[in-house]
Ligand binder design. Structure first.
Ligand SMILES: [Zn+2]
Length: 165
């Protein structure tokens, strides 16, 4: 996925708005969700600068679903015990990270069984026809899904803005 991660994180923040700490504005809560949704892709920095594009960045630990599942579970347990801003943010982080894994599985490759099995799984395959490589994704039907998520996030932001007027 190219553009849907941050919008999806934002939508999750909207879905879990009841967890938002009272001291935090809805804008900050929404934007945190957006940042958390895109966060696993920080491994791109490692991919370009350290590994010099030798490995698919989806094999890095930041793209292991087990990591985000554990974050979600531990954060959920912590939230159950301590209703604190940090536990709320931790839950949002876990869920947004998990949404990133699911979205990357649509046309990307994700190692759902890592670290036990190295195989990468994708629901649909995007054939490599165009250059630059991003065009293959933009001209694939799955990009409509990305646009829909982006539109939904914009719509939700505007809805929330009107609600708080
Ligand atoms: Zn990713």
């Amino acid at each position: 996925m190219l553009i849907a991660h941050a919008p999806t994180g934002l939508l999750l923040a909207a879905l879990f708005i009841r967890m938002k700490p009272a001291t935090v504005s809805w804008q900050r809560w929404y934007l945190s969700g957006a940042v958390f949704g895109a966060l696993p892709d920080v491994d791109m920095l490692w991919f370009y600068w350290v590994d010099k594009r030798q490995f698919h960045h989806h094999v890095y630990v930041t793209h292991w679903p087990i990591v985000w599942l554990l974050v979600s579970m531990v954060a959920g347990a912590a939230w159950g015990v301590w209703r604190k801003p940090w536990t709320a943010y931790a839950v949002l982080l876990g869920l947004a990270g998990m949404s990133h894994m699911v979205l990357d599985s649509v046309v990307g490759d994700i190692g759902w069984l890592k670290p036990w099995h190295d195989e990468l799984y994708a629901m649909f395959v995007v054939t490599n026809r165009y250059s630059p490589w991003q065009l293959n994704f933009i001209l694939h039907w799955s990009f409509a899904l990305e646009l829909a998520l982006l539109a939904a996030a914009v719509w939700q932001w505007r809805r929330q803005t009107h609600k708080n007027k």
